[in-house]
Design a protein around this ligand. Structure first.
Ligand SMILES: *Cc1c(COP(=O)(O)O)cnc(C)c1O
Length: 354
């Protein structure tokens, strides 16, 4: 049976990427060697890393605009402390839109003053705060562009002179977005790009060297930049698979055309959530995420019946995060629209039956 993978992360990758990645584990490009047993300093792998960095900048339309792309380790979670290490002199501002922003704030507090500029905690993060004032003396303002757990997404980038830093783990490469408004953004690969194990960081080259603290080498962006993301052994499989996904995105017409598909997929599902008398959406309508749709049953007594319907249709990974409950349908780039249609028909079957 075909499985429809709605998992929030690690998550679905394009079939073509999975085929190419698994072949490369056996033998990389007729080299006689496996991707995971060659030197990361070999010409073939250095080229893989260079192409991945180049494509990441090209797809975000930041090529030749003074940005660098790095493939690092430690997940998005390591970026919480690493961004503060490299950028936080006195104080940083945060828009607290969920679990991940809260964690990022906790880490930054180890190195300086942290100001919560706005928060939606009082409503269990079901909306994105708006209309706040941004003090001009912040070293940077940190945003989470998509809140994977709560299913909200930032639609408008706040306008400010303060440098913007963003966690884009769950919506990078998913929509037409002005990436040049950010000084630094990062994304763990395992939501929309590849397997867990690498984190893409894109940053302006002129943000290095502004803090006076001693930075441990492994946490120093300038050291990683100078060594072409090879300060230490990079996670070769995760980087190569990410490159395959970036090539796939390009072959689909880039972010603009992927963005149109994602908008269509999520509109289908949200329309059904709103139409269907058995379901209710969790996130505020105007802040709804195109990547992760969170919704609940109006009558929780139908949980078992709905779960059975989904299971027999091959739907996987729909369970909501424990802090929200209910359901979460993650519709990352690689999820085909057919999967969304299968989910919708399960929702309609539930309504017809009960
Ligand atoms: C998954 C996720 C993280 C955590 O990523 P790790 O790679 O596990 O550290 C951070 N931020 C967001 C928005 C996420 O979706």
């Amino acid at each position: 049976m075909k499985i429809h993978n709605f998992c929030a992360g690690p998550s679905i990758l394009p079939t073509k990427v999975m085929d190419q990645a698994s072949k490369a584990v056996k033998e990389l490009d007729k080299s006689g060697l496996s991707l995971i047993e060659i030197s990361h300093r070999s010409k073939v792998f250095v080229e893989i890393m260079e192409e991945a960095c180049k494509l990441a900048l090209e797809l975000t339309k930041l090529k030749d605009k003074g940005y660098k792309a790095l493939f690092l380790q430690g997940g998005a979670s390591q970026q919480f402390i690493m961004s503060a290490y490299n950028l936080l002199k006195n104080k940083a501002g945060f828009i607290n839109t969920g679990t991940w922003s809260t964690k990022a704030m906790k880490e930054a507090k180890l190195l300086g003053e942290v100001i919560e500029i706005a928060s939606s905690k009082e409503a269990n993060f079901n909306y994105i705060p708006k209309g706040y004032n941004i003090p001009s003396d912040l070293d940077y303002l940190h945003l989470t562009t998509n809140n994977t757990i709560f299913g909200t997404q930032l639609k408008d980038i706040p306008s400010t002179q303060v440098p913007l830093v963003a966690d884009m783990s769950s919506d990078i490469f998913s929509r037409n977005f002005d990436y040049s408004k950010f000084d630094l953004f990062y994304a763990g690969a395992q939501k929309n790009m590849g397997p867990a194990g690498t984190t893409l960081v894109i940053l302006k080259e002129n943000i290095f060297g502004k803090v006076s603290r001693v930075i441990p080498s492994i946490l120093d962006y300038s050291i990683h930049a100078k060594s072409g993301s090879m300060f230490n052994t990079p996670p070769v499989f995760a980087v190569y698979t990410s490159l395959l996904t970036l090539r796939w995105i390009k072959s689909q017409g880039g972010i603009d055309s992927i963005g149109v598909k994602n908008a269509t997929k999520s509109k289908y599902l949200y329309d059904e959530i709103d139409r269907n008398s058995k379901f209710i959406g969790f996130a505020a309508e105007k802040d709804r995420s195109e990547m992760n749709a969170t919704f609940n049953l109006v009558d929780p007594a139908l949980t078992e019946s709905f779960d059975l319907l989904c299971e027999s249709a091959g739907i996987s990974g729909l369970k909501g995060h424990r802090s929200v409950g209910g359901y979460r349908a993650s519709m990352y780039n690689a999820l085909p629209i057919e999967s969304v249609k299968v989910l919708i028909s399960c929702m309609q079957n539930l309504e017809k039956k009960y």
